[in-house]
Design a protein around this ligand. Structure first.
Ligand code: PMP
Ligand code: GLN
Length: 387
């Protein structure tokens, strides 16, 4: 039989699926794959249930239902002061995952280069490659995750069509500063390219850190595609509702990509997410406040076990250095080891690196879990490692 797609044949199953299966097999507390263990807001879930029963279950409009596109535009204004024309600039997708692909499709031709910043989310490189484009990867390294400005500038060149990056950043919890964003904006402008901004953790920031969309910087409105996810904003990761805000010139291309990927997204979920985005400020404050408390709980617990805990200012995740435990093996082996022997699952940080020489003694733990679940995980690790 002739070989099927050679690139897909060469890549493995996503680390999140692999580690969740291992966690189930060993009845481990799963602090690997990032998903909350509580339901999202009751009124949002109720709105989805009601919307299933009111008889509007056929194909919704291809770009998304007007209620949600209007809500996305209103949220852009409310949180960031952006003036967005909902009819011309907003597209609803089946999760941020589809949104990332649709935005890449909207701007790339085969042979174009895309600047990526690692650690990176695991769909970025495969999608860029499957579109026939070339990733140019710039590395951030623990423990400080500083943006290496010279390398970043060097990664841009005459073939650069876009930069795709994530802030707040999974797995390291970095929230890009105004200065860093200004530097990125200057490169985007200088090289006449586009920016695809994966902002799925936009509302999950801590210690007063403020998420700044690149789109709000001067000159960036025409060049930026900004991606959000209801999964993260409403703790409903299984819903897979994402949204893209882009210029009126780029949006038709984004929508043509979307029409050829999924065409639409379930209408009841879209309508419920519109209800969610209209929730009052107290909801958004309590979302990040409650996560911050659980971050602190897990950080303290992991430190008490002997891991070095790196600071995290956003997302669901803490990165730890396990070298102080004296464990003899790399991060993949460590994450397997603690799943099998301690009954706690984490994700090896090297999974977020594409190029050789990735850091190999860091593990990512998710804290978007109930306090008693975090306590159980800490107790298990302490039981295994002492501390
Ligand atoms: N980007 C990043 C950085 C993520 O962590 C996730 C998490 N799943 C996604 C995109 C995908 O979001 P969605 O579930 O909405 O597809
Ligand atoms: N974004 C989630 C994480 O980083 C997982 C998403 C997935 O399982 N594909 O853990």
């Amino acid at each position: 039989m002739r070989g099927a797609n050679s690139y897909l044949g060469s890549i493995g199953t996503t680390i999140f699926t692999v580690m969740s299966a291992l966690a189930t097999e060993h009845r481990a507390v799963n602090l690997g794959q990032g998903f909350p263990d509580t339901e999202g807001p009751r009124d949002v879930v109720q709105a989805a249930a009601d919307a299933l029963l009111d008889g509007r279950n056929q194909y919704p409009p291809m770009p998304g239902v007007p209620e949600l596109r209007q809500a996305v535009a209103a949220a852009n204004k409310r949180f960031y002061g952006l003036d967005i024309d909902w009819a011309a600039q907003v597209t609803v997708t089946s999760g941020a995952t589809e949104a990332i692909t649709a935005c890449l499709m909207a701007v790339l031709d085969p042979g174009d280069e895309v600047v990526l910043i690692e650690p990176l989310y695991d769909t970025y490189v495969p999608v860029v490659r499957m579109l026939g484009a070339i990733p140019r990867i710039v590395r951030l390294s623990p423990p400080h995750w500083d943006l290496p400005r010279e390398h970043l500038a060097g990664a841009f060149g005459p073939k650069t069509k876009a930069i795709l990056f994530n802030s707040p950043m999974n797995p390291c919890g970095k929230v890009f500063s105004a200065e860093e964003l200004g530097f990125i904006a200057s490169l985007v402008e200088r090289h006449d390219s586009y920016a695809i901004c994966d902002e799925v953790y936009e509302h999950l920031t801590f210690d007063g850190a403020r998420h700044i969309p690149l789109m709000t910087l001067p000159g960036m409105g025409e060049r930026t595609m900004r991606i959000g996810s209801a999964g993260k904003t409403f703790s409903l990761t299984g819903w897979k509702v994402g949204y893209i805000t882009a210029s009126a010139a780029l949006t038709p291309l984004v929508q043509k990509a979307h029409q050829n990927l999924t065409f639409t997204t379930p209408p009841n979920l879209q309508r419920a997410v519109a209800v969610g985005l209209a929730k009052d400020d107290a909801y958004f404050a309590s979302l990040s406040g409650s996560l911050q408390a659980r971050r602190d709980q897990l950080a303290e617990g992991l430190a008490s076990v002997g891991l070095t805990v790196l600071p995290t200012r956003g997302t669901y995740f803490i990165t730890t250095d396990f070298a102080p435990l004296g464990y003899n093996g790399d991060d993949v082996s460590f994450c397997r080891h603690i799943t099998e022997k301690a009954g706690v699952t984490a994700i090896p940080v090297s999974a977020f690196y594409d190029e050789p020489g990735a850091p190999d003694h860091y593990a990512r733990f998710a804290f978007c879990k109930k306090p008693e679940v975090l306590e159980e995980a800490i107790g298990r690790l302490r039981g295994h490692f002492g501390g």
